[in-house]
Write a new protein. Structure first.
Length: 433
């Protein structure tokens, strides 16, 4: 049964992946057609074509490898300076440029001269290229807000999960008490499992972060107001200084770092609770901030990823993960011994994070990514406007094809990184169980 659930989890992710890719390319397709650009192909996946059907002037299809997708627009690059689109040089860099230019015109038909991508105004080209990543952003937000505001998210509550029997420094990493260990303040005060703390020192607390901050800032006598069996009860407690895990200021902990702070001796209980719209906005903002920071830190993760893939080192929890790794995670989620609704909500959150990552990654101003084409269109608009202000001759379209050698380098780096992540996901995967 576990194997069946694991396979189902993987299949659910793969279906979600295909939908996400198709949704991304639909953004490009719809805006390209809106601005009159001819689109011969709309494909989900790469490699051999599994299924296709032509409707109107566009061939729609699915390919064998679900690692991306594309739409083919004619005239992605302007003609060369001599007005031709065929290779004219033995230089390898020039050949790269002209090969890309030729590919953009290979399906040119009579009457298409006014339907070329590069002939559209820069702002229209920006919209066409931005529409794909934007669709991923919309899907991510729809998933996040839909799941968080209906089913809810796992949160650390102010309810008591366990009461620690004795004083133990967290840095010691032990659970059992030793002879001579003093009794923990919570146990001495009579705090019980399932007590819900509603006030600390007479001040109302609604969330764990507020309560945790108040506890850590206090040493000495205090009071806990709890709800037990439906009635309120006030417990006097004496907090002591103890070694505790350092927090990151956002509800998480800094691995391997400890500080001395006020301590009672209990662990909070996790609960599933729906978020309000405002709370969802705050949570999205934090996730986007963390995702951007993760993208910035990506190069620094390569050495640890290499060691995890080839040297048997421990795979870090925040290590980069690819499609194979995400599919394996989804398979593990499907086998968790938790309610089905919770499993589905976690899997949807994984899909939402995948779409957010697609948006951020594609917005990098590098060819061949969408962000590279956006940057090219914005640069063209800037230099044309500058020429107009200073009454100079129109410099014409910016020839993005001239950047193709750099695009090949970027693509090569991406391919190598993808292969490294793939190896790590296969031989040393991130696990949640």
């Amino acid at each position: 049964m576990t194997l069946v659930l694991n396979v189902i989890g993987v299949l659910v992710f793969m279906v979600g992946l295909l939908i996400s890719i198709a949704w991304h390319e639909l953004g490009h397709l719809s805006t390209a057609k809106l601005f009159g650009i001819r689109v011969p192909q709309y494909m989900v996946g790469f490699g051999r074509t599994v299924w296709s059907r032509k409707k109107g002037e566009t061939e729609y299809g699915i390919k064998a490898i679900p690692m991306g997708g594309y739409i083919r627009m004619i005239g992605m690059f302007p003609p060369g300076e001599d007005g031709k689109v065929t290779a004219r040089s033995t230089s390898p860099f020039r050949s790269m440029i002209e090969d890309a230019r030729s590919a953009a015109y290979e399906e040119l038909r009579p009457g298409d001269e006014t339907r070329l991508f590069y002939t559209r105004k820069p702002w229209k080209r920006v919209i066409v290229m931005f529409a794909g990543p934007f669709m991923n952003l919309v899907l991510a937000m729809a998933i996040f807000f839909g799941v968080w505001m209906t089913f809810g998210v796992s949160q650390t509550s102010t309810a008591v999960g366990t009461v620690v029997p004795c004083v133990i420094k967290q840095g010691e990493k032990r659970d059992a008490c030793k002879d001579g260990d003093p009794v923990a303040p919570a146990k001495a005060a009579g705090l019980r499992v399932d007590d819900r703390i509603i006030a600390f020192n007479g001040r109302k607390v609604d969330d764990w972060s507020t309560l945790q901050k108040s506890i850590r800032e206090t040493v000495g006598p205090a009071t806990l107001t709890v709800v037990r069996d439906g009635s309120e009860k006030t417990l006097p407690v004496t907090l002591i200084p103890n070694e505790v895990a350092k927090t990151d200021g956002r509800g998480g902990y800094v691995k391997g770092q400890y500080v001395t702070a006020g301590w009672i001796g209990f662990t909070p209980k996790g609960e599933i609770a729906a978020l309000t719209f405002g709370q969802s906005v705050d949570r999205v903002g934090q996730i986007v901030e963390d995702s951007v920071q993760g993208l910035v830190n990506l190069p620094s993760k390569v050495p640890a990823l290499w060691n995890a893939a080839f040297n048997g080192a421990e795979r870090e929890p925040d290590s980069p993960m690819g499609i194979v790794g995400a599919a394996r995670i989804n398979g593990e989620i499907a086998t968790l011994d938790i309610p089905g609704e919770e499993r589905m909500s976690i899997m949807l959150n994984v899909l939402g994070m995948f779409n957010l990552s697609l948006f951020l990654f594609n917005m990098l101003p590098l060819l061949p990514l969408d962000g590279g084409h956006i940057a090219g269109a914005l640069w063209e608009s800037l230099r044309r406007n500058v020429a107009r202000i200073f009454r100079r001759a129109d410099p014409g379209p910016f020839d993005v094809a001239k950047l193709m050698p750099a695009a090949y380098v970027v693509a090569g780096v991406f391919v190598c990184f993808t292969l490294l992540v793939l190896v790590a996901d296969v031989v040393n995967p991130i696990k949640i169980t």
